[in-house]
Design a binder for this molecule. Structure first.
Ligand code: PLP
Length: 437
């Protein structure tokens, strides 16, 4: 069947109208199995989701058992709860990491971002400051594809069609993209301070009593390619947020839940933690869609002191089956010490990338943490000259890799001022040394 015939015949509106997607019929550990029987190594776990690989009998069993013995669906808007949801929240929050003490679970990362923004706004209402509705986010960022999440995403090509919907109550400051933005004579500390001053100036320009929160990925994922901040950046941001009462909202949808070698990526930033945090992707390891929002006790205190309860909810919020699958995933991660393993295997992955890929002519930068790495390509290494967006260079790399049996995620569209052609290398926490090689 030709691509045109396939596109005409399929009732699914696929993302590409010009490429025929390969049909996947099974998963086998780190690999996807195609209809033809060919196996492809999934080096990015899809968009950094399948952190336990594509086949995990214990999770299959947990899902089956849950359906046999428990309830598949309960409406969380009714006065009910269920065991799986409560257990998942206990697993995540019983030790109150950074003072985070309450969770809500939704289905996608984008919904989690929307919920985080709405919770921040409700928090300020309950605190008697309803004028605090302005958010500051970062250029070339991505927090999701719903209208609300896009409003705080600096991803230009994803916003383009929807400009009229984008809120004027969101403004953007520079990301912490040291590879291109840090001055030659500037230290990490100076760069962090410069970005901090820019953030503070923006708060003062808007008016501190109007700013609800600052939204940032702790380690930027798909737009800037597994980009950790320079040391001191988040300490500066946290201090400024505290000075003006601005809520720090950290998006760990792609970088969190163990991927960087600690459960939360912010644990490596020397800060006490965020006020609101979003999680997703690796939370349920991709078996059933699930994401969540974690709230600091102070947010809950303010919300509960208000009159009306939670002003947010979805039909499929806290879906019991999704939570049961995530409980099974999180139990395996804990039992098998997979976060420690991620940190250890991460050193091996970094060494391999630097040795095998680093010297290549078109490789400009290799960066990441744990098992969350990216390779950024440039036309000229010494000048850091980027490819033109039209060249779609990274797509060529992705296609070439696929022909060689390696599925790898490339940057998704033009995100802003800097063209950042990169691929993500974020294998499952269970990856072996030979698979890394
Ligand atoms: N936030 C970040 C940092 C992401 O990387 C993504 C997705 O890639 C999202 C939010 C949106 O998540 P979802 O695609 O599940 O809606």
């Amino acid at each position: 069947m030709t691509t045109d015939e396939f596109v005409a015949r399929s009732h699914i509106l696929h993302r590409s109208f010009s490429e025929r997607p390969a049909k996947i019929v099974a998963g086998d550990g780190i690999s996807l199995v195609l209809e033809s029987g060919k196996k492809v190594i999934d080096a990015s776990c899809g968009p950094s989701v399948s952190c336990l690989g594509h086949s995990q009998p214990e999770i299959t069993e947990a899902i089956t058992n849950h359906l046999k013995n428990d309830i598949a669906y309960v409406y969380s808007g009714s006065p009910y709860t269920n065991g799986a949801t409560e257990e998942l929240a206990d697993i995540l929050l019983s030790e109150k990491p950074g003072g985070l003490s309450k969770a809500i679970f939704v289905n996608s990362g984008s919904e989690a971002t929307d919920a985080a923004l709405k919770l921040a706004v409700q928090y300020w209402h309950e605190r008697g400051q309803p004028q605090r509705t302005h958010f500051i986010a970062r250029k070339q960022s991505y927090h999701g594809n719903t209208i609300g999440a896009l409003c705080v995403s600096g991803h230009e090509s994803r916003r383009e069609f929807y400009k009229d919907f984008m809120s004027s109550n969101v403004t953007f400051v520079d990301p912490c993209y040291a590879y291109r933005m840090k001055g030659d004579d500037e230290s990490d500390e100076e760069f962090a301070q410069r970005l901090g001053r820019q953030f503070e100036d923006e708060i003062l320009r808007i008016g501190p009593d109007r700013v609800a929160g600052f939204v940032a990925e702790t380690v930027s994922g798909t737009t800037l390619g597994c980009l950790p901040a320079v040391p001191g950046y988040f300490r500066a941001i946290r201090d400024i947020c505290d000075r003006y009462g601005v809520l720090l909202i950290l998006d760990e949808i792609i970088c969190g839940m163990g991927k960087t070698g600690t459960m939360h990526a912010w644990e490596q930033e020397g800060i006490r933690g965020p006020d609101i945090q979003t999680i997703g992707k690796a939370l349920g390891a991709g078996f059933v869609p699930l994401s969540g929002v974690l709230l600091h006790q102070k947010i809950f205190d303010a919300l509960s002191a208000g009159s009306g309860g939670l002003a947010h909810g979805h039909t499929f919020q806290a879906h019991p089956l999704a939570c049961a699958a995530a409980v099974a995933a999180q139990r395996i991660i804990k039992r098998d010490n997979l976060i420690e393993r991620t940190a250890q295997m991460g050193h091996k992955l970094e060494a391999l990338l630097r040795k095998e890929i680093g010297p290549m002519a078109l490789v400009g930068d290799i960066r990441g943490r744990g098992l969350f790495w990216a390779v950024e390509f440039v036309l000229d290494k010494s000048l850091k000259t980027a490819f033109s967006p039209k060249a779609n260079f990274c797509n060529q790399v992705v296609k070439h890799c696929l022909d060689s049996g390696l599925n790898i995620l490339g940057n998704l569209g033009h995100t802003g001022e800097y063209q950042v052609d990169h691929v993500l290398v974020c294998p499952p926490y269970t990856v072996t040394e030979s698979e890394l090689e």
